[in-house]
Design a protein around this ligand. Structure first.
Ligand SMILES: *Cc1c(COP(=O)(O)O)cnc(C)c1O
Length: 221
């Protein structure tokens, strides 16, 4: 089933949109099945879980951290993580830079923008994010490569609401790109879209969809 699900999803993705298979709470066997189907990019939301999987699975897997990252755990993922999607404060960015410097690495990061109505979702508001870029201290973070933005829409059946939030984020991405990153080719990723809303996200310009349940089935917590 996993293989078929991946093929199905890949056939729906336009060129330029990559699939992050969200394997959190699923065992190594499930990841191996996806791997056999050719999938190499996996998303995890817990440091310990991701590190365990990294250690026991093939080394050509690209591990994306998509959860809320705690400062004291950054060091465990620095050696191997290929993209951190959810950087939700400037303080965290500074801390990632510090740990990355110690390990002599440059870490790819996305800033998480709060676009949903729920209070519980993490991230910068548009204004907080503009403020970070205006201050320009971020330019001194030599061990960070800012690759774009990430967002999660409200968990709702209201398609219009979801679409609106993705459009806001997409517009904001263009603004940021134009103001601060025109010369930086690496700033190009817009991570948005999950199992129930990735079609809408793609319509709005997503470049990375993070899909779990539609590939691996429901998670058992
Ligand atoms: C769990 C998770 C996903 C995947 O959700 P599905 O609904 O299973 O596709 C995507 N993004 C983030 C940030 C997540 O935590």
């Amino acid at each position: 089933m996993i293989e078929e699900n991946i093929k199905q999803i890949l056939s729906e993705l336009p060129e330029g949109v990559r699939l992050v298979a969200v394997s959190k709470f699923h065992p190594n066997e499930a990841i191996e099945e996806a791997y056999k189907a050719g999938q190499r990019v996996f998303g995890e939301s817990k440091v310990q879980e991701m590190t365990g999987k990294y250690e026991s699975l093939p080394k050509d897997i690209e591990w994306h951290f998509i959860g809320h990252l705690q400062s004291n755990k950054i060091k465990y993922i620095i050696p191997y993580v290929s993209l951190i999607h959810g950087v939700d404060s400037y303080k965290l960015l500074v801390e990632i830079n510090k740990q990355a410097a110690k390990a002599d690495k440059v870490i790819n990061c996305l800033l998480q923008i709060h676009i949903a109505e729920e209070e519980t979702k993490f991230g910068f508001s548009f204004d907080e994010c503009r403020e970070v870029f205006h201050k320009e201290d971020w330019k001194e973070l030599q061990n960070i490569r800012l690759c774009g933005l990430m967002g999660m829409a409200t968990n709702t059946d209201d398609r219009k609401q979801i679409k609106k939030e993705f459009c806001f984020l997409s517009e904001f991405f263009k603004e940021v790109k134009q103001q601060w990153f025109t010369d930086m080719e690496s700033f190009k990723e817009l991570s948005m879209g999950m199992s129930h809303d990735y079609h809408l996200a793609i319509e709005s310009g997503s470049t990375l969809v993070r899909i779990g349940s539609n590939i691996f089935g429901e998670r058992v917590y």
